[in-house]
Design a protein around this ligand. Structure first.
Ligand SMILES: Nc1ncnc2c1ncn2[C@@H]1O[C@H](COP(=O)(O)OP(=O)(O)O)[C@@H](O)[C@H]1O
Ligand SMILES: C[C@@](O)(CCOP(=O)(O)OP(=O)(O)O)CC(=O)O
Length: 516
């Protein structure tokens, strides 16, 4: 049987950090070209193994300790459990363990007739999820990092969310295709009522995106696994971006997960309990207001590029979140004012992107000419004739100043002075619309939004000047991610989320998988 490959993108929360934790507010998240790939392969000759037991080997070849072994067993009640087979020199990986266990339970409840057999799973992330060696400017795809997973330096694109989303969906898809191969009469399932159920994902790869209900189920499963493995429920924008791509995100309510995460509940999580809680047709909390998540279109307009850079100082998101929420509780009036203003400036920024996209589609030539013209001057020189780009630039500055205000009020370095200096330096480059700290802010990363004229002009592309500044900056350790990781404006939402892939079509993936 063929391998199954699913990829999910990384994320950059351009606006809405902290606010997005509350269902009254939104986050504006852009997904990145950097992706996590999960390749699920049957182990040759293993289909003869017992129907109640099979093994799963997971490899993460980018890490020196990236191999984990699991055994799945079915008990007398027909419930599957997955145990790790401990190996010396290899730590546990709760994200992977929980993803496999939960997906197997859900799959067996969805399609009780599925026959499981041993699997080899390979997981790799695009190089830009991790800081690369400074000596090698052009590493091979999915380059080995030569370190243990716990020691890797991450760049903030959300490795665990993209990994969990690609692993859970690849497994669900793989097992789903087995059920449709094996069962002459597919069992009626929740998703299909009494209709024979089509495979969850349509066949050939890269493939059509799964239907809406299936994507929701995958999203809900990945949110559950990610929260369980992290030991907390964040806003979930990172998992949502891994599944849906760039969008405006309003969070789902924790109640959607029922008591699945409850540490007090003695009830064992079963396949049926997962299905009943995670499947949208079964659990209306996922689809009805005010508990459902909302995903609406959002993206960068054409003619722009989002340059991403890793800052090597590191901040601790959970403690920053704790402090901001403590301030919000202690100073509710002041906090409400700041949050309301941020809500406004964030949605103004998104609206200015929408207006630019509309202009581009109405008159592509005039739009491109404007992009060319503005590339030669700095955003504070953009006159009212360039109103749309000037407006976007203004909203970025307003959002930044409000985030700084929130940081000062709560004692959290959301945009610390060192970052302000760097962002201002980037923003002063001709053709740069603006810059910011993504997500929770801190010392982790920055983004810079620049115009990207499509035909070469007399003017050097703004991105070249930004890259030069970042590479030569000495006041902080900052390093642009590779150009491959930067986000081009104008991409369709459907290309930016979860994708089913062909193994051979992804550069370097066959080599990374090796062996079989
Ligand atoms: N390539 C990979 N293979 C296996 N597990 C990975 C990989 N990359 C990340 N992970 C998992 O994600 C965890 C990191 O999660 P976290 O610290 O939340 O980082 P992030 O903010 O990037 O999501 C790792 O400890 C590991 O369990
Ligand atoms: C504060 C937040 O709203 C945004 C954090 O965004 P980041 O992109 O900074 O996240 P990490 O990759 O987990 O550090 C918390 C949340 O939404 O869960």
């Amino acid at each position: 049987m063929n391998s199954t490959v699913v990829s999910c993108p990384g994320k950059v929360l351009i606006a809405g950090g902290y606010l997005v934790l509350s269902p009254q507010h939104q986050g504006f998240v852009v997904s990145t070209p950097s992706r996590f790939y999960t390749v699920v392969q049957p182990v040759p000759g293993s289909s003869e193994t017992s129907a109640d037991r099979f093994s799963i080997t997971v490899k993460s070849p980018q890490f020196t300790d990236g191999q984990w072994e699991y055994v799945a067993r079915k008990d007398e009640q027909g419930e599957w459990t997955v145990d790790e087979v401990k190996k010396e020199g290899h730590g546990s990986n709760s994200f992977i363990h929980l993803a496999i266990g939960s997906t197997l339970l859900l799959s067996s409840a969805l399609s009780p007739s599925t026959i499981y057999s041993s699997l080899l799973i390979t997981i790799v992330g695009s190089n830009d999820f991790y800081s690369q060696s400074r000596e090698d400017n052009d590493p091979i795809p999915f380059a080995p990092l030569g370190v243990e997973i716990k020691n890797v330096h991450k760049t903030g694109l959300g490795s665990s969310a993209a990994m969990v989303s690609s692993l859970t969906s690849a497994l669900l898809l793989h097992w789903d295709s087995r059920s449709s191969l094996q069962a002459d009469e597919p069992e009626p399932t929740v998703l299909s009522a009494s209709q024979p159920r089509p495979a969850l994902f349509p066949k050939p790869a890269r493939l059509e995106v799964p239907d809406k209900d299936t994507l929701s189920l995958i999203h809900n499963l990945a949110q559950y696994v990610h929260s369980l493995a992290q030991g907390k429920v964040g806003s979930g924008f990172d998992v949502s971006a891994a599944v849906y791509g760039s969008h405006v995100y309003r969070r789902f309510a924790v109640e959607c997960l029922g008591n699945l995460l409850s540490t007090e509940s003695n009830e064992k999580v079963t396949g049926q309990s997962l299905l009943k809680t995670l499947s949208p047709p079964h659990n209306p909390l996922w689809t009805t207001n005010p508990t459902s998540a909302l995903v609406s279109p959002f993206g960068l307009p054409p003619g722009v590029i989002l340059i991403l850079a890793d800052v090597d100082a590191g901040s601790n998101t959970p403690s920053m979140v704790g402090k901001v929420l403590a301030w919000k509780k202690a100073q509710p009036e002041e906090a409400k004012q700041v949050w309301d203003s941020l809500k406004q400036s964030n949605s103004d920024l998104a609206e200015s992107f929408r207006v630019l996209s509309t202009r581009a589609s109405e008159d592509a030539d005039a739009y491109e000419k404007e992009v060319q013209k503005l590339s030669a001057t700095t955003s504070d020189e953009w006159s009212s004739s360039s109103a749309h780009f000037a407006t976007a630039a203004k909203h970025i500055l307003t959002t930044r100043s409000l985030m700084r205000k929130m940081g000062e009020a709560s004692g959290v370095p959301i945009e610390p002075p060192e970052q302000t200096k760097l962002l201002d330096a980037c923003s002063a480059i001709p053709g740069v619309i603006g810059a910011g700290v993504p997500g929770a802010g801190g010392y982790d990363a920055i983004w810079v939004l620049a115009l990207a004229p499509s035909v070469s002009s007399d003017v050097a592309a703004p991105e070249v000047a930004v890259e030069k500044l970042l590479r030569s900056y000495t006041e902080m350790s900052v390093r642009p991610l590779s150009r491959r990781a930067w986000v081009q404006g104008g991409r369709k939402m459907v290309e930016t989320g979860l994708l089913r892939e062909e193994l051979e079509a992804v550069e370097g993936l066959r080599r990374a998988v090796g062996g079989l």
